[in-house]
Design a binder for this molecule. Structure first.
Ligand code: IMP
Ligand code: MG
Length: 180
């Protein structure tokens, strides 16, 4: 285990099982349709790649990058689009893929943005959710696992851009961010 990790919260095997359950639901819900998966960079990279493996309906993928986080562990509330999707959205069923929902600021902004583009539908799939931290309500259709108010890294999630490469979701030792 990485020396900065206090405990493994969700193992690789558990992540796969959680992801397969979500994919099953998506395959049923969107039967006969085509789907555009929009991953929010960079954190959703691993979840999106894992989820896609188990999606059996026709789908396209695209990415969007927004910034609201600095290098700390708290969301700033301000959201800027750093990279937009390059796929036409009109009349399209969109599924936004997120790593973790915290305050809800990011997704509430993204939802408004997509709704203004005349998509046929927009829904959200997230691997992790911290419901106790919510400041803005967001309707999340597919949620992998609700977790407590802990700062977690790995499987795409970072702290100051590090630890995304860990294959599991782990709780970061407080000493790592309290030093800064
Ligand atoms: P929100 O806008 O406050 O909901 O923040 C969502 C974003 O904050 C996520 O996409 C993550 O990038 C980041 N985030 C929130 N909690 C964590 C965490 O525990 N570890 C790593 N990133 C997090
Ligand atoms: Mg993120």
């Amino acid at each position: 285990m990485n020396k900065d990790i206090k405990e493994i919260l969700i193992s690789e095997e558990e992540i796969t099982a959680i992801t397969m359950d979500i994919a099953d639901r998506i395959n049923k819900d969107y039967e006969g349709k085509t789907l555009l998966l929009v991953g929010l960079l960079k954190g959703s990279l691993n979840f999106m790649a894992e989820l896609m493996k188990y999606i059996t309906i026709p789908c396209k993928i695209d990415f969007m990058a927004v910034s609201s986080y600095g290098n700390g562990t708290e969301s700033t509330g301000r959201v800027n689009i750093v990279k937009d999707v390059s796929t036409s959205l009109e009349g399209v069923d969109v599924l936004i893929i997120e790593d973790i929902i915290d305050s809800g600021n990011t997704l509430s902004f993204i939802l408004k943005y997509f709704k203004a583009k005349n998509c046929k539908s927009v829904e959200i799939a997230t691997l992790l959710d911290k419901p106790s931290r919510r400041k803005v309500e967001v309707p999340v259709k597919y949620s992998g696992r609700a977790i407590e108010d802990l700062f977690v890294v790995g499987f795409g999630l970072d702290y100051a851009e590090y630890y995304r490469n860990l294959p599991y979701i782990g709780v970061l030792k407080e000493s790592v961010y309290e030093m800064e």
